[in-house]
Design a protein around this ligand. Structure first.
Ligand SMILES: NC(=O)c1ccc[n+]([C@@H]2O[C@H](COP(=O)([O-])OP(=O)(O)OC[C@H]3O[C@@H](n4cnc5c(N)ncnc54)[C@H](O)[C@@H]3O)[C@@H](O)[C@H]2O)c1
Length: 395
């Protein structure tokens, strides 16, 4: 079998696939190993399993080049000296990071790893994981160097951001740093050297910072709303020609597969459980409750029809993971409402076409800020639009 410059393990995922495509686009021969054989077949056939700007066109260009090879078989890594791990890193039912997932994957790779390999961890991990993986490999008799090179893209913008965002390289030796830097320099990005644990923390802090900005925006909105003040006017006043407040986000659902999970990882890492992070989680996760409680106290939802526009976790995305729209659906149904959901990007047999939701719902909630909702005429009924997509922020 031909040698490969690198194998991306978890290479059909939201992070792994755009990375594999970008590396192959730079001329590398890239292997993709993914445990999900159905997804591997889908990608082999030229279809990207999720929405990612430009990815499907690039995949179709690259497949005939032979620089992209796919398998659902870890023995593929026998063909390379560089393994990039991008599997999911969820939190468990007790809100603790599931570090054992990494142990398991590493154990599965051990029989196939070549001596002197470079292992690049790219998943977001609990601080200390890189060192722990290195120890585990050593204990299994594998001589390999492990670096942590976090992914910092925003879903949907991966191909562009992989070639523009500086790459953090957390390495514990000069040799490992050199090898990892060479790999990313071909993408044309600057490289920033740190230790592994510095890079692990930097990634968690980056996501937590973003999550907390959304939390303060949501809390400000609730403070104004509760006191009967129009938040649109307050926000306009704050931002008007005042550069230091331009980065205050508007309110909205802060959700998705990363921000909450990474704030939780940081909370599990700190001995005091990170009270500010806990507060941010309470506020962001509590926003659907605030909406449903407000609607229900204004007029009981029992017997009414609530239409939820947008089930993805963010605008122009087909990713429903950890979306707060589902929490909103559950809470409204619990109050006795009939709930209708719609989303132009997600195929779900329980969803309804937008026109049907618009014609049957008594209350409409814009839950994901898809562009398609921007021009909807929703007047003449109760509307919740905390994003301000269809006009001013409304609740
Ligand atoms: N989604 C994002 O925007 C984003 C951004 C930055 C970082 N991250 C981090 O990247 C990591 C991956 O996230 P994702 O959104 O790509 O997840 P994902 O679920 O979309 O992708 C993970 C892939 O790994 C595969 N996989 C799981 N176990 C495997 C194994 N043992 N062998 C081979 N393949 C395996 C899965 O089938 C899946 O295709 C997470 O740690 C996440 O926190 C995600």
């Amino acid at each position: 079998m031909d040698p490969l410059d690198m194998v991306v393990v978890g290479g059909c995922g939201h992070v792994g696939l755009p990375l594999a495509l970008s590396l192959a686009d730079c001329g590398y021969r890239v292997g993709i190993d993914d445990i999900d054989a159905a997804k591997v077949d889908q990608v082999k056939a030229g279809n990207v399993p999720f929405l990612e700007n430009g990815a499907e066109a690039l995949l179709k260009d690259l497949l005939p080049s032979g620089r992209l090879q796919l398998a659902s078989d870890p023995s593929m890594i026998e063909r390379t000296n560089t393994v990039i791990l991008v599997i999911g890193t969820p939190i468990d039912e007790f809100m603790n990071p599931s570090v054992r997932i990494f142990d398991k994957v590493v154990d599965d790779l051990v029989p196939h790893l070549k001596k002197g390999s470079l292992i690049v961890l790219r998943s977001t991990v609990f601080p200390g994981t890189t060192e722990s993986v290195e120890r585990r490999l050593r204990a299994a008799g594998v001589e390999a160097e492990v670096v942590f090179c976090p992914e910092r893209i925003a879903e949907g913008h991966a191909l562009e951001e992989l070639r523009t965002l500086p790459q953090l390289v957390g390495a514990s030796s000069d040799g490992a740093f050199e090898k990892a830097s060479l790999l990313f320099e071909r993408l044309g990005v600057a490289v920033v050297r740190t230790t592994p644990v510095e890079a692990e923390l930097a990634k968690l802090l980056t996501n937590t910072w973003r999550y907390m900005k959304f939390a303060i925006a949501n809390q400000f909105f609730q403070i104004a709303h509760r006191s009967g003040v129009d938040y649109n006017r307050v926000l306009d006043a704050i931002r008007h020609d005042y550069p230091r407040a331009q980065d205050l986000p508007g309110p909205g659902f802060a959700a998705g597969p990363c921000l909450l999970k990474d704030t939780m990882q940081l909370s599990a890492f700190t001995p005091d459980h990170f009270p500010m992070g806990q507060a941010a989680m309470q506020i962001n996760e509590g926003l659907p409750n605030y909406i449903v409680d407000t609607l229900n106290s204004r007029r009981p939802l029992q017997g009414r029809t609530v239409g939820i526009l947008g089930m993805a976790f963010k605008g122009e995305s087909d990713d429903p993971r950890a979306s707060l729209s589902y929490k909103l659906r559950k809470l409204a149904a619990f109050k006795g409402a009939r709930v209708m959901c719609t989303d132009p990007f997600i195929d779900d047999p329980t969803f309804e076409p937008l026109e049907k939701v618009l014609s049957e719902a008594d209350v409409l909630v814009v839950a994901a800020p898809h562009r398609a909702y921007r021009k909807l005429a929703l007047d003449g009924r109760e509307v919740v639009d905390i994003w301000g997509m269809t006009g001013p922020i409304r609740l």
